[in-house]
Design a binder for this molecule. Structure first.
Ligand code: ZN
Length: 318
C-alpha cells in the first residue's frame, strides 16, 4: 500500500487528472444542460409563389432521377449482346422435311458449319456433328468470332481468350471428325452481318463446295438469343444465295424445327464435347450447362418420340 506521505509520481498525477476530467465531463448537471432543447422557431408559411417554385424544383429533380435510371437501363441494353423477341413468330404451315439424310450421313457428303463462337457447335449440335463425323462426311467449319469476350472491357483478356478458345475449338473439331476451321476473328459480341462477312463466308463456300450449310437460325431464333448467333446465321443465309453447290440450308438453335436428328445413343459424346470447352464450362457451371443442353435435347427428342434429339429448320435450295 502506498505511503500517504510520499509525494505522488508524475504518472499518478496524470492518472488523477484524467479521472477528474472524466468525472467532470460526465457530470449529470452538465448532461442535463446539454439535453435542454432550444425553443423552435415558429414556422413561417410559404407564399403561393414559393410553393410553386418548390414543386417545380421537386419535379425537375424527379425528371433527372428517372431520366438517369432510364439512360442507365438503355446503356446496359445497348452494351449487352443478347436480343429478345417477346412474341416469337412461327412459320405456318411447318411440315416436317427430310434433308436427304441418306446422302447427308454418308461418306463423301460435304458439309460447311458456320457458327459465331468456338463452343456453339458443342452446345447446339454436338450430337449431330458426332453422328455426321462417324458417317464419313467431309465437314468444314467457319467460326466468325473468337469468343474473346472483348466486350466485357476490363473484365477479360481478349488476347489470352482468343488463343485458349481457338485451341478448344480445334480439339472439339478433331473429336467429332471435322476437317478444318476457318477463324474469321470478328469482334465478339458485336458481330455484324455486313458485306465483308458475307463475302468471306461465300469465298469459303466456293472453295470447299459444300452441299449442306449448317448455321444459326436468324429467321426463327429462340425468344432470347445472342446477337452474334443471329448475325452469323443471317450472313450464312445471304452467302448461300446463288451458290451452285449448296442444296440444303440447315438452321439450328431454331424456334421452328422441321427435322430432328435422333442423338439418343450419342449423349455421352455430347457431354464429352461440352467438357472440352474448359475455359467456359467447369465445375458447377459445366453441370448447369450440361443440364440445359440435356433439357433442349429432351424437348427436341419428344417431337419425334426419342430420348434425345437436336432440331433443325431445313430449307431446300435446289
Ligand atoms: Zn455462342
Amino acid at each position: 500500500m502506498a505511503d500517504p506521505r510520499t509525494p505522488p509520481s508524475v504518472a499518478d498525477h496524470n492518472l488523477e487528472q484524467g479521472v477528474r476530467h472524466e468525472i467532470e465531463t460526465c457530470s449529470p448537471f452538465e448532461s442535463l444542460d446539454r439535453l435542454t432543447v432550444a425553443p423552435s422557431k415558429p414556422k413561417i408559411p410559404l407564399s403561393p409563389d414559393e410553393l410553386r417554385a418548390r414543386r417545380r424544383r421537386n419535379a425537375k429533380r424527379r425528371v433527372v432521377a428517372y431520366g438517369s435510371i432510364l439512360a442507365l437501363i438503355y446503356a446496359f441494353w445497348i452494351w449487352q449482346p443478347y436480343e429478345i423477341d417477346l412474341v416469337p413468330h412461327m412459320p405456318v404451315p411447318n411440315p416436317p422435311v427430310d434433308p436427304d439424310t441418306k446422302h447427308l450421313f454418308s461418306p463423301g457428303a460435304k458439309v460447311l458449319v458456320v457458327t459465331a463462337h468456338p463452343d456453339d457447335s458443342a452446345f447446339y449440335i454436338g450430337g449431330f456433328l458426332t453422328k455426321l463425323g462417324r458417317s464419313g462426311a467431309e465437314i468444314h467449319q467457319i467460326i466468325c468470332t473468337d469468343g474473346d469476350k472483348g466486350y466485357y472491357w476490363i473484365f477479360a483478356d481478349p488476347a489470352e481468350n482468343r488463343v485458349i478458345r481457338r485451341n478448344e475449338a480445334l480439339e472439339e473439331l478433331h473429336t467429332w471428325g471435322g476437317k478444318d476451321i476457318l477463324f474469321l476473328g470478328r469482334s465478339d459480341g458485336r458481330l455484324r452481318a455486313d458485306d465483308s462477312l458475307v463475302r468471306k463466308i461465300r469465298q469459303r463456300i466456293d472453295e470447299v463446295r459444300p452441299e449442306y450449310v449448317i448455321c444459326f437460325d436468324g429467321d426463327y431464333p429462340p425468344r432470347i438469343s445472342h446477337q452474334d448467333h443471329r448475325r452469323s446465321g443471317e450472313a450464312a443465309e445471304e452467302a448461300v444465295k446463288g451458290a451452285p453447290s449448296v442444296r440444303w440450308l440447315m438452321k439450328f438453335s431454331t424456334h421452328a424445327p422441321n427435322w430432328i436428328c435422333d442423338i439418343s445413343d450419342l449423349w455421352d459424346a455430347e457431354e464429352a464435347l461440352l467438357k472440352i470447352h474448359r475455359s467456359q464450362f467447369h465445375g458447377e457451371r459445366l453441370e448447369m450447362i450440361t443440364n440445359t443442353v440435356q433439357n433442349f435435347a429432351v424437348d427436341d427428342g419428344e417431337r419425334i418420340g426419342v430420348t434425345y434429339g437436336e432440331g433443325f429448320r431445313c430449307v431446300r435450295l435446289r
